[in-house]
Design a protein around this ligand. Structure first.
Ligand SMILES: [Zn+2]
Length: 273
C-alpha cells in the first residue's frame, strides 16, 4: 500500500462521513416539519369531521321536514273528515287518529327545531375553524418554507457529495474499494483507523503486533487490525479520522433500534476478504 492509497482510503472515509452527516441532517427535518404542520393539520381534520357531520345532519333535517309536511297534509284531511262524520263511533275514531297525528307532528316539529339549532351551532363552529386554519397556515407557511428550503439545500449538498464520491472512487483501485465496502457492510462506519503512537488500533484499542505495526509504518502491504478488521493507517491522519467513532456510535445505535423493530440481527463483522 502506497502513501497515496492510504490517503485515498482516508479521503474516501472522510467523504462517507460527510454523506452520513448530511443524510442525518435531512432525516432531522422530518420531525420538525411534522411539528410545524401539526396544529393546522389537527384543525383541518376537525373541520373535515364537522363538515361531514353537518352534511349528515342537514340530510336528517330534510327528511324530518318531509315528514312534517306529510303529517300536516294528513291532519288537514282528518280535519275535513271530522266535519262530515255520520255517527259518533266514526267521530271517535277520526278524533283519535287526529290526536295521534297532532302528537306526532308536534314531536317532529320539536325535533326539527333542535336539529336546526344544532346546524346553526355547527356552522358557527366551522366558521371559527376555517378562520383558525387560515391563521395557522399563515403562521406555518413561512416556517414551513424555511424548513423545506433547508432540506432542499441539504439534499443538494448530498447530491454533490455523492457525485464527489463517485468521481473519487473512479480513481481508486477497485480491490481497495471492494475491501473498504466489505468492512463497512452492515451499517459499520469505520473502515479506516489510525495506528496510535503506542501501537494500538484507534478504533478498537486492541494492540497491534510489532511486526504488523512495522508493516503499517514502513511496508507497502495493506494491514488490517486483527481485532476489528479496520484498515490501519499512520497516526498522521488521526485528525482527519476524528469524529469517526462518534458517527459510528450514532449509526450503530440507529441500527440497533431498527433491528429491535424488525427483529433481525445483522452480522456487522461480515467482511468481504
Ligand atoms: Zn481494531
Amino acid at each position: 500500500m502506497t502513501e497515496q492509497d492510504r490517503n485515498n482510503l482516508v479521503e474516501l472515509q472522510r467523504i462517507d462521513l460527510k454523506i452520513l452527516a448530511v443524510q442525518q441532517q435531512i432525516r432531522d427535518f422530518d420531525p420538525l416539519l411534522g411539528e410545524v404542520e401539526e396544529p393546522a393539520l389537527v384543525l383541518e381534520s376537525d373541520a373535515q369531521k364537522t363538515r361531514t357531520r353537518l352534511k349528515e345532519i342537514n340530510l336528517e333535517e330534510r327528511q324530518l321536514e318531509l315528514g312534517v309536511a306529510e303529517k300536516r297534509e294528513r291532519q288537514k284531511r282528518l280535519d275535513e273528515r271530522l266535519g262530515s262524520v255520520r255517527n259518533l263511533r266514526e267521530e271517535a275514531a277520526v278524533s283519535a287518529e287526529l290526536e295521534m297525528v297532532k302528537q306526532a307532528l308536534q314531536n317532529d316539529e320539536q325535533e326539527a327545531l333542535s336539529i336546526l339549532d344544532q346546524i346553526r351551532r355547527m356552522e358557527g363552529r366551522l366558521e371559527e375553524l376555517d378562520e383558525a386554519i387560515t391563521e395557522a397556515r399563515g403562521i406555518v407557511g413561512p416556517r414551513l418554507e424555511e424548513l423545506i428550503s433547508g432540506r432542499d439545500t441539504a439534499e443538494r449538498e448530498l447530491g454533490a457529495l455523492e457525485q464527489d464520491r463517485e468521481n473519487f472512487v473512479h480513481k481508486m483501485d477497485p480491490l481497495e474499494i471492494r475491501l473498504y465496502e466489505g468492512i463497512r457492510r452492515g451499517g459499520r462506519v469505520t473502515a479506516v483507523a489510525a495506528l496510535t503512537e503506542d501501537g494500538a488500533c484507534s478504533h478498537c484499542f486492541g494492540i497491534v503486533p510489532p511486526q504488523l505495526q512495522n508493516e503499517v509504518r514502513h511496508g507497502k502491504s495493506l494491514i488490517r487490525c486483527e481485532e476489528c478488521g479496520v484498515i490501519l493507517t499512520l497516526t498522521e491522519y488521526e485528525d482527519e479520522l476524528t469524529g469517526v467513532m462518534a458517527a459510528e456510535e450514532s449509526v450503530e445505535e440507529e441500527a440497533a433500534v431498527s433491528q429491535e423493530v424488525s427483529g433481525e440481527t445483522v452480522d456487522e463483522d461480515q467482511v468481504d476478504e
